[in-house]
Design a protein around this ligand. Sequence first.
Ligand code: PDD
Length: 285
Amino acid sequence: MPRIAYVNGAYTPLSDAAVHIEDRGYQFADGIYEVALFVGGRWWDLDGHLARWARSLRELQITAPMSERSLRIVMDKLVAKNRLGDCYIYMQATRGVAPRNHAFPVEGTRPSLVMTVKPLTLAKLHGVAAKGIAVITQPDIRWGRVDIKTVGLLPNALAKEAAKKAGASEAWFVKGGRVTEGSSTNAWIVDKSGALVTHPLGNEILGGVTRQTAIACARELQIKVEERAFTIEEALAAREALITSATNLVTAVVSIDGKAIGDGKPGPIAARLRQAYIDHCAAAG
Ligand code: PDD
């Protein structure tokens, strides 16, 4: 069965799905996106993803292509049309199609909305988490508003490629000696006192939806959480390290720049937090 995409009001075979070459997403990265999981018949952390979607649009002054209620309907329909079980959804909105000009197009230009889904094998993710992942560090050369989930991801793509070339799965951005976040994940350590530490919210990181839920899960587990920046030296000396994102859930980091973290195996806090996160999402309505 061909995969089906949603493009500006139409459900189209993925192979035919296209947007205009003067879409501002294509020319200026003038758009935003979200990635969410549909597992066991329900959306995971969807309220958080849709709240961030609305915030990203507001921050860029892009008109919402449709209401949240309609978005949810299209998302459900797209999953049903693809007859998928567990899957990822990618949804993107841009300022729309207009003759190339840096300033915004005329009032009333319709924003573009596209969505695609792809199958997800939870067992595969569990396999990765059981081994833990390797991370490298890269200079954080991104712009000053990475709290907005824009499609302008070139530094992230370059960092991920550098990680891949080094045989690692993720790159952690470092700014002024401190770890901000990963190229597509939030970065965490378990420090020497046993506290879970992750960079505070602000313009320097994307406020991860998984990060927020994981903080709540950690507090329920009575694990101390500190939202503060940490240095790369502190990370190398940490008991554990981990990443969070919609696509990785909570996954242990076992090495940074080739140096083992802790005993070089996924640690107990990462494992407990991962399970708590999964249980939370599987149970939430
Ligand atoms: N990435 N930081 C960055 C730079 C990200 O791109 C992401 C998500 C996160 C984690 O956010 P969340 O927990 O809401 O998924 C942090 C998605 C998965 C992506 O680009 O594919």
